[in-house]
Write a protein that binds this ligand. Structure first.
Ligand code: GDP
Ligand code: MN
Length: 394
């Protein structure tokens, strides 16, 4: 072929395969190892343990009658001066009795400054922006209905916001059903490694990934939620902070507790929605990076953009090339054994799954399809009153 010997063709083929391997798995792996080291560095943030700002806690709801009372009970227990807390439940078109439950709770707990808002439109970010306009806190905290806090979360998290350069803080998602099924097991492996990465990035000053279970923003540094319409209220809202040079950090001690769907279908529903959002988030970062509009450390941002937008494409090439190799050298099938190595296996599986899901996200973003509409994950049913009580969350 083209005057090349069979050996030369194989050589070029293997070279291509190795390049594709590097672009998909290599970059991610090296980045992870580097961040794991960075995670051990000390903080360069002033932490004033006395810092106790007025806070507005916003809970967005859509048909959360199954869990909302437990969520409010959990918030009622946090150790923070009640006169410094404004609690807002912002509901969009629930057609169960979520609002009735919230109103009854407010009557039973008159000492809580609880505001109930109801919106006639769909969309979590829209609801959060509506609540933001009605909030009075200096710090705005978002928490999904299915996420539960330890009593000391404010003492742990808020002091980091006393540093003028810090705009937002968040914490790790802890699964309360990590060993239920292989789905929750692999998700847990993924979460643990992501948390290390997020901590490493935070030590450098900025992590792009926040979560809905606990994210706290300084009001003055948060013009609105998801201004670029990425569909992600957490990661999408951080983009403005990156533009303005405000730090966004992940704090291991600000953990929140939730459950994860036990079925693969339930997982895919969440992951595909999330991938779609993240593709839009990192396309926005790419655009800003190219226009020189980012004022936080660019290295981690560039690598994240690469990992979310380019690595999945390299993975799309990796699959057919690997198939070709396996077909011609069947004995290499022994590599499948990598999947049964205890710590490596689940993570490898998870990475492959993530790339596949990101490819779906990329194609739907490319086809101009905006974020996939929200449907309630099947985790509420797991978060029973007794489980929450056992874990001292209510
Ligand atoms: P996930 O963790 O991102 O998969 O999403 P969850 O369903 O666990 O959390 C999303 C939170 O936003 C829940 O508290 C939902 O009730 C709430 N939510 C979702 N969509 C809407 C919406 O359109 N309006 C309002 N107000 N809340 C919403
Ligand atoms: Mn959730």
């Amino acid at each position: 072929m083209f005057g090349l010997t069979i050996i030369e063709v194989w050589f070029l083929f293997i070279l291509l395969w190795l390049t594709v391997c590097f672009l998909s798995f290599g970059v991610t792996g090296i980045y992870f190892l580097f961040m794991r080291r960075t995670a051990k560095r000390p903080w360069k943030i002033l932490v004033d343990r006395q810092y106790a700002p007025r806070i507005s806690i916003i809970i967005p709801t859509k048909n959360e009658s199954q869990i909302i009372r437990q969520k409010l009970l959990n918030i009622d227990r946090i150790e923070y001066p009640k006169d410094k807390i404004q609690l807002i439940v912002v509901d969009s078109k629930s057609n169960d009795n979520t609002l009735t439950i919230v109103e009854r709770f407010a009557e039973q707990h008159p000492y809580l400054n609880l505001l109930t808002l109801s919106l006639d439109q769909e969309g979590k970010s829209k609801a959060l922006n509506f609540a933001l306009r009605n909030s009075i806190g200096d710090v705005i905290i978002i928490s999904d209905a299915d996420c539960f806090w330890s009593q000391k979360i404010m003492q742990e998290a808020l002091p980091y916001l006393s540093d003028p350069s810090v705009g937002a803080v968040s914490g790790p998602k802890i699964l309360m059903n990590p060993n239920s099924t292989w789905v929750t097991k692999t998700e847990n492996a993924y979460l643990v490694s992501m948390n290390t990465t997020k901590l490493g990035e935070s030590k450098l000053g900025f992590t792009t990934l926040f979560e809905g279970g606990f994210s706290a923003y300084k009001r003055a540094m948060l013009p609105s939620f998801d201004p670029y319409g990425t569909g992600s209220d957490d990661c999408g809202s951080l983009i403005k902070l990156a533009e303005n040079g405000h730090k966004a950090v992940f704090l291991p001690e600000a953990a929140f507790f939730t459950a994860f769907p036990t079925s693969w279908k339930g997982k895919m529903q969440i992951k595909i929605r999330r991938a779609n959002q993240l593709v839009l988030v990192f396309s926005t970062y790419l655009n800003l990076l190219l226009r020189g509009k980012v004022r936080v450390p660019k290295g981690t941002l560039i690598l994240n953009t690469f990992i979310y937008l380019v690595s999945p494409l390299a993975f799309a090439l990796f699959v057919p090339l690997t198939m070709l190799i396996l077909v011609s050298h069947p004995y290499l099938m022994v590599l499948v054994l990598l999947f049964i190595i205890p710590r490596i296996g689940p993570l490898l599986f998870e990475v492959i799954q993530s790339y596949s899901v990101l490819l779906v996200g990329l194609s739907s973003a490319f086809l101009g399809k905006k974020f996939i509409t929200w449907s309630q994950p099947a985790d509420r049913i797991i978060l029973t009153e007794s489980l929450l009580r056992q874990n001292n969350l209510i």
